[in-house]
Design a protein around this ligand. Structure first.
Ligand SMILES: C[S@@+](CC[C@H](N)C(=O)[O-])C[C@H]1O[C@@H](n2cnc3c(N)ncnc32)[C@H](O)[C@@H]1O
Length: 444
């Protein structure tokens, strides 16, 4: 460490009196590349992780103040199926944070903030792996998000399984060559002449881009949508493509079965967007690929040749990379809830979706493409039990409210279930007006 200046809270003068530039001291002021337009308007009811609700939608326009031609900055991104989004938890209410926090999965127990995905951290930065639905000019369209409307976005990075998933980082899987899911290197052509050779090498190892980009219906920013768009429904294929890449790759790598309903206890909370460990829990025996409710289920192959136990230590004798998570991450304190709608709530939903008469000033869904999709989203949010530990334990009979898209949902929780009682139009539809230019200071 000699020769390196100790990181401090502010750019500091060194011995000769010069002030170190902010970048060198890590004291950067960030400037959001854009502000998210999200179907979630408030923290309440917003999924704790992106995998909770694949129907959750958002869009992001790159600001012209960042790049004169925002579309140039997104060039090539459409070749990726998923992106990492770095953002500011701008609605934390305060900048302070504690060294120990109580994540919902620990049911009131504490753990170090850095072992959680808590929004309250020294630098209020969030990280979400979202599905990239579409790139259009200087705007990207996302699904499977856990950020609220107006969230300042700091950066976008492509999700690259080979780098971002521990099972994929080392060697290519020679024996993974199943129908429709071949693991083969792809050459990506890039028009950016500045790309260096190492970038090119890395890109050539990427996954096949998902074929859905050019073909399926995509969400639109609210103002881009017409009432016709709101009638569109997702095809089953589209739903199945909303499986997260980690599910695909985990199942591919280990040849294990991972169903969407079974993955929820692992992927739906504050601990992270994926949990490869979960895939150890079940071993498939038949060599076939199924689609089950949005998740690719790959059975057989590697699990037979390379059986793996559920609790490997971090460093394994055979050197094979994989990740480890603690038991509290895998074992949720509450099971996935059954979600019911009263007949009244069902009617409310239909009514809400049929209200789309822009000429008479009525709102319709801005992010969902049908009442069915809105219902699925509400189900997904509630089945993961969005209540805080405090509410879950002490206020069980209280009503719970949240807003998604233009639906203001009233529900209550019983033993093992959530029931939607009422769905009304939200008072304030989620419109996006860019906040006045400001720089977000991170940390306290
Ligand atoms: C547990 S955090 C996880 C976020 C991200 N996936 C991560 O791991 O960094 C997700 C929760 O943060 C809250 N949240 C989302 N957007 C926010 C924002 N802009 N400001 C403050 N809280 C936000 C919502 O309550 C949501 O349920």
């Amino acid at each position: 460490m000699s020769g390196l200046e100790k990181p401090g809270p502010r750019p500091t003068a060194n011995l000769c009196g010069c002030v170190k530039p902010a970048l060198e001291t890590g004291n950067i002021l960030t400037e959001p590349i854009g502000y998210l337009e999200s179907c979630f308007s408030a923290k309440n009811g917003t999924p704790r992780q992106p995998s909770v609700c694949s129907y959750s939608r958002a869009c992001l326009r790159i600001r012209k103040s960042i790049f004169n031609n925002p579309e140039h900055s997104l060039m090539g991104l459409e070749q990726f199926s998923h992106v990492w989004i770095l953002f500011v938890f701008h609605k934390n209410g305060h900048l302070s944070c504690k060294a120990k926090v109580q994540p919902p999965r620990l049911n009131g127990a504490k753990t170090g903030v850095f072992s959680t995905r808590s929004p309250h951290r020294p630098n209020a930065i969030g990280l979400t792996l979202a599905k990239l639905e579409k790139v259009e000019g200087g705007t990207i369209y996302l699904s499977g998000i856990d950020m609220i409307h107006g969230t300042p976005i700091l950066d976008i990075k492509p999700y690259i399984a080979e780098y971002d998933s521990p099972q994929n980082v080392m060697e290519p899987l020679a024996d993974f060559n199943l129908q429709n899911n071949q693991h083969k290197p792809k050459t990506v052509s890039r028009s950016d002449s500045k790309t260096d050779s190492s970038d090119q090498r890395q890109l050539s190892g990427c996954d096949e881009p998902q074929p859905h980009h050019g073909t399926k219906e995509k969400p639109k920013c609210p103002e881009d949508r017409t009432s016709e768009d709101n009638c569109l429904t997702h095809s089953d294929t589209a739903q199945s493509q909303q499986a997260f890449p980690m599910h695909r790759e985990i199942t591919a790598d280990f040849g294990l079965e991972l169903r969407s309903d079974q993955s929820s206890s692992v992927t739906e909370e504050e601990i992270g967007p994926y949990c490869p460990e979960k895939s150890f829990l079940e071993e498939g025996t038949n060599k076939k690929l199924e689609r089950v409710e949005g998740a690719a289920v790959l059975q057989g192959s590697r699990a037979e040749t390379q059986p793996r136990a559920p609790h490997y230590p971090a460093g394994r004798a055979d050197g094979a990379p994989h990740s480890v998570v603690p038991a509290w991450v895998r074992e949720a304190p509450v099971a996935t809830l059954e979600v019911r709608f009263t007949p009244h709530a069902e009617m409310d939903l239909v009514h809400l979706s049929s209200q789309g008469e822009p000429d008479v000033g009525q709102a319709s869904f801005k992010y969902f493409q049908s009442a069915r999709e809105a219902k699925r989203a509400i189900e997904a949010v509630l089945s993961a039990d969005p209540r805080s530990v405090y509410r879950r334990k002490l206020c069980q009979d209280r009503l719970f409210y949240f807003t998604v898209d233009i639906a203001h949902v009233t529900c209550w929780f019983g033993d093992g279930f959530a029931e939607v009682l009422k769905i009304k139009p939200a008072c304030e539809p989620v419109y996006m007006t860019e906040p006045v230019e400001f720089l977000v200071p991170l940390g306290s």
